[in-house]
Design a protein around this ligand. Structure first.
Ligand code: ZN
Length: 136
């Protein structure tokens, strides 16, 4: 199955955008019933996470915690990266750039409250998320 590329439009500097439906569609399009799906962010300032999608405050709290841990201006010392978005790079590194999902009967195995999110840390932008499904 070829890699499916999702185009994700983000609307804020920092934002979690749920992409579960698009990921389900990509898995369905693969026609692979049993296997593994890798969801990959092709960026250095946007990551992928699996988190609660029932209460939107969870996503907000995650962003707040990351902002507290990695403020735009370093609490001590100074970032050196000239683009001025070092906090976004660090946040993306902490969250990670991919999620691996188990595919069973053509759908991802997700808990009741789990959703797949693109984590934007330097938006708004158009982001590319790659999905690769491997049978197994
Ligand atoms: Zn940068």
């Amino acid at each position: 199955m070829p890699v499916v590329r999702l185009e994700v439009h983000t609307g804020a500097a920092c934002q979690l955008v749920e992409i579960t439906a698009q990921v389900r569609d990509a898995i369905r399009a693969s026609a692979i019933a049993e296997g593994i799906a890798v969801v990959w962010s092709a960026h250095t300032t946007a990551g992928i996470t699996v988190q609660e999608n029932a209460d939107p405050d969870v996503a907000r709290d995650l962003l707040l915690a990351l902002e507290n841990a990695v403020p735009r201006r370093a609490a001590r010392g100074m970032y050196r990266h000239g683009e001025g978005n070092s906090d976004a790079h660090v946040k993306a590194a902490l969250v990670g750039t991919s999620a691996t999902l188990i595919v069973e009967r053509g759908t991802p195995v997700l808990g009741t409250w789990q959703g797949v999110f693109l984590c934007e840390f330097d938006g708004p932008r158009v982001r590319t998320v790659a999905v690769k499904v491997v049978a197994g």
